[in-house]
Design a protein around this ligand. Sequence first.
Ligand SMILES: [Mg+2]
Length: 572
Amino acid sequence: MYDPVNDVKCGVRTTALNEELGQVGCVLSDKTGTLTQNVMAFVKCSVGGRVYSADDGIDGAVHPGFVDLNLRDGESGVLLDGSSEGCAAAKTHTLAKSSALRAAASARDANVVAFLRHLATCHTVVPATDEAQNNSSDGESTAADDGSSGAVFGGLRYQASSPDEEALVTGAALLGRRLLSNAAGEITCETHPPDGSTDHLVTGGRGNGGDERGGVGLERCEVLAVNEFTSARKRMSVVVRDVHTGVCTLLLKGADNAVLERLAETDGSGEEIANVKSHLDEFAREGLRTLVLAQREVPKHELSAWLEAYDEAQAALVDREDALAEVAERIERNCVLVGATAVEDKLQDGVPETIETLRRAGCLVWMLTGDKLETAVSIANTCRLIDADGELAIVQESDFVSQGDTGGKINPYFLRDKSREAVEDAKRGCKFGLVIEGGALQHALSTDESQAQFLALCRASSGVVCCRVSPIQKARVTTLMKKRGGFVTMGVGDGANDVGMIKAAHIGVGISGREGRAAVLASDYSVGQFRFLANLLLVHGRWSAKRNREVVRLFLVIFGYFGYFGYFGYFW
Ligand SMILES: [Mg+2]
């Protein structure tokens, strides 16, 4: 169970649970980074009512200016490591091949310019000088060090807290808006026209001045406030002031349901929103992770009052997080849509086979994710967690709210009826996968009765996917399966948001991924990839149970032998 790609060995933090490995009946797994690689590639976007993707390129070929633009060293003016880093990023972020998007960017299409500016500004990514690249003469040492797209442009490596952000900022850099620095409350970006006309240019290197020749320019903005991403808010925003024009702007980025409800209602905005919603559904059906971008100009009088409240919340000693969320809520409103992004995260090797093996061995495998319903269903289908030929039972929050005579109140009988139907279907041999959204799960877990009905519904289904769930809901579902379901449960996750689930389960497994060490440190066992679970449960679990049985048998033999001869020996 050694992962040669990331050089990770299996870690064991307990010896008391080995024999329970063979008795696991329900595996509850996170999606991103656990089933998938957590290596994000920026592949599609929706801007100004149209979708841009790599398919726009002529036969998928990279635009002539593309390679030169990103691989020239600022100081030497020679091609930088043309065979590794830059090309790897270009191959991963296929959106940069879109000739339509590149043409729109070079024609300074207002929508595309605003979209790229948003991508390069609204984040917490810090560019750092890539020492390895700069020190290595052959330029190959960093090519595959972390398997990331972490493109190096003129000696800069982007360091991000989430792989999504890194992908988006790298994508913007490939499309002509390169982040140079994000320090001391100021963001500096370098702009190029992303077409062949830049072939002769030497790019500005490491932010060493305002080179304005031939369309290359520097843009600086002051960061006044950062409202950070949390799993409850499902969005982040920054307030920036343009150093040249003095205009203050709020840039908002987040999950579609969190951002779309914060858009201003203007003429034509309804159509725009309907358009982007249909694009988002299309992206999600392909299994892509989506984000929506929006912005608004903040008037000076509003900003000064808000900044005071923001500073106060920053200094709060009690309930600081709530205070900051409440302050952010006040400014994140009446925004204008900028666009939407779609990022691809590939499945890890051997995931579908592992899930199938576990299911054939009698284990239930459930997926709990914070992603959109369509994305979750698409991934669940790909990794054979739900039978592709079976039906889908989708439970959403709106199902609990009666439209008719109860006047929009919660319908307490919905789950009862649904679970009765499901049990009857299961008896007739109909297979169906259950997909439940976070809002509906809230109702399902609210009372004793609803929990029992939810459990009956889950037992009747062939696979369960919980989407848009918060970390606390992951832990509550695990506890429900453990306490009321009577299963030996295993929680599998890779990030800090999975720690609750890992701790709630009988056995916690951490995947050593790109989301820090929190999950691994909280776990009983840690592995490099999901596929090792089959070995852990079906080989090591079985061996442990077998060894245990041998020990008990040996003990009985010894006890019987000495008991018998000891007893009769006494009388002889
Ligand atoms: Mg994760």
